[in-house]
Design a protein around this ligand. Sequence first.
Ligand code: ZN
Length: 475
Amino acid sequence: MTQPTFSLARAESFWREKVLPTLIDYIRIPNRSPAFDPDWKRQGSMDRAIRLACDWCHANMPPNSSVKIRELPGRTPLLYFEVPAHPTLKKAPPVFFYGHLDKQPEFDGWRDGLGAWTPVLENERLYGRGGADDGYAVFASIAALKLLADSGQPFPRSIGLIECSEESGSIDLAAHLDALKTELDRPGLIVCLDAECGDYERLWYTTSLRGNLIGELRVQTLTEGVHSGAAGGIVPSTFQVIRAMLDRIENATTGEITLASLHVLVPPDRRREIVEAASVLGDLIWKRFPWAGCTQPRFTDPDDALQANTWFPALEITGADGLPSILAGGNVLRPTTALKLSLRLPPTLSPDAAVQALQTAFSGDASFRATTSFKIHTAIPGWNAPEIAPWLKSALKKSSTTHFGQPALAMGTGGSIPFMQMLADRYPATQYFVTGVLGPGANAHGPNEFLDLRTVIRLTACLGEIIASYVCAVS
Ligand SMILES: [Zn+2]
């Protein structure tokens, strides 16, 4: 086994002594992303969270580094840090680190004793909203740089872009990147710490992300609700009409998205990665979810399940209007049904093409010529990694073998990080290391979100190794 750049023990003590107390404070702050708290500025939690992270950076960064909260009118702030290059690496392309501080809302179903804003450390897992998605990112980035600096390892100029609008589709990030134009030279390596991991046994790196389209489909048949006994059989149900409209894009029995234009071909190298990851993960790919009763997954074959999760479109109805709660529902023919559609898009499908396909599918007369509308809220692209450089491939393998005891594996992620394609468009020749700590059960966005400490400590050590390998590759 090769000599590690710095010992796992040092990464561990840095995490326990320096990071954990602040990360625990961070979990307490209800800094919901602007989409979930339009009043975020006045509410003040975002400012508290970013100030906490900023102060921590000040205290823990390598010497001569700088950190700043960058504000733009009407936008969420951005935490920007810069660690200067070692004198021998002044000309090396910089490394960018990406993470975010905004959070998903609480959601319900937290088990007794846990809660979104109640940090609990139990069995080496830190529970609470935003620890794993994605508060840890700024701490892990600085930890890796600080440990490299302390062990005398040179590294190039390193820049941190820690945003506060990721969970709202990174609506403010492009403006911050534009405002930072002069600081953001062409990076040689971009590290994105906001992805998933297949298990907690090795380093995982993400090679594709799905895009996401959010829209609102609305059907209206009446100007006001009427007695369902008097009108039923004459007036069509808005629910029936909207259900028929959904049939234009989805097979209601299998859940398959039937619009051919929403599918893409899986590139051969990504196919190979799916086969490899599926053979390692097996049933864990679907067993990691909290199934109710005898519910079966759409695909039990691990290969099919992983492919569907990372390269196929998938629809969920994430909200509704016009539908009272069961308790409040009366015998009435409701005038309107509106559904919020969240459609995950294959990595290489353009969001514009997806918008076009849905608009076409939902245009044209609905059953009984009911009044319908389809409004797009957002459509963000997925991402497919460029070819991974040989130095990065071997650094991933070596660092994972050193610190986890097993080689790294690649996988696609079913979720979206809007930032990635934004960067890929700006820096097509850059190498990307996209990884994360959201493994089985970590449940970002849902109840009982946790950060697995053993994994984040190992990941931090791997990150240090990968930066050291980058240095060898560019010097
Ligand atoms: Zn995230």
